[in-house]
Design a binder for this molecule. Structure first.
Ligand code: COA
Length: 162
């Protein structure tokens, strides 16, 4: 069974991430969405909220597991007996960062491979930060994120205004 691990912070999950999950299931038998706490990124949603939103957003997709992972990704890959890390490559601007991460992960474990998938062009400009920025000013993000995420963002920024 070919297992792929899709790691990220997912603060919050977007339609772009979901597009990558669907595409990766054409290659892997099982995909593990590995959610990192990433405290340095100062996420607005705690890790359990992020997992809950992912769970709701992908409930109609089979062969996907969601897990929280801490520590080194290369170690996690070994623990899971996974075959490859899955990353989305949206634009040239992603390349340097992704190149560094892929090589670092390979340095940590020479058997760690990274597979890059291109999201649909309609999502190629999406980032979680851009979504949060737009939502924080009351902008409409409903076409870019799953409905549960749109609701949670609205609640989050409403609460902050009070
Ligand atoms: N659609 C929409 N957005 C996407 C996307 C897609 N298909 N693919 C990536 N993104 C966005 C993310 O939402 C995120 O946006 P943001 O920065 O505005 O929040 C950005 O692109 C990339 O962030 P993310 O997916 O969270 O990955 P990351 O680059 O922060 O890396 C880990 C996160 C968890 C993979 C990485 O930090 C890690 O491996 N940590 C473990 C420690 C470790 O092993 N380190 C050694 C490796 S160098």
């Amino acid at each position: 069974m070919k297992i792929g691990v899709y790691p990220g912070t997912f603060d919050p999950i977007t339609n772009g991430h979901i597009d990558i999950i669907r595409r990766s299931l054409r290659i892997f038998d099982k995909v593990i969405v590995a959610v990192a706490p990433s405290p340095k990124k100062k996420p607005i949603f705690d890790i359990h909220e992020r997992v809950e939103m992912i769970r709701e957003a992908i409930r109609d997709i089979s062969n996907v597991e969601i897990e929280i992972f801490e520590g080194l990704l290369a170690e996690y890959m070994k623990r899971k007996n996974a075959h490859a890390i899955i990353r989305g490559l949206r634009a040239v601007s992603d390349f340097e960062h992704e190149f560094m991460m892929a090589l670092m992960n390979r340095k940590l474990d020479s058997e760690t491979e990274t597979v890059f998938l291109m999201p649909s062009e309609e999502y190629s400009y999406l980032t979680s930060s851009a979504i949060k920025e737009v939502a924080s000013y009351g902008g409409v993000v409903k076409d870019l994120v799953p409905p549960i995420v749109a609701r949670r963002l609205q609640d989050h920024f409403k609460k902050k205004q009070k």
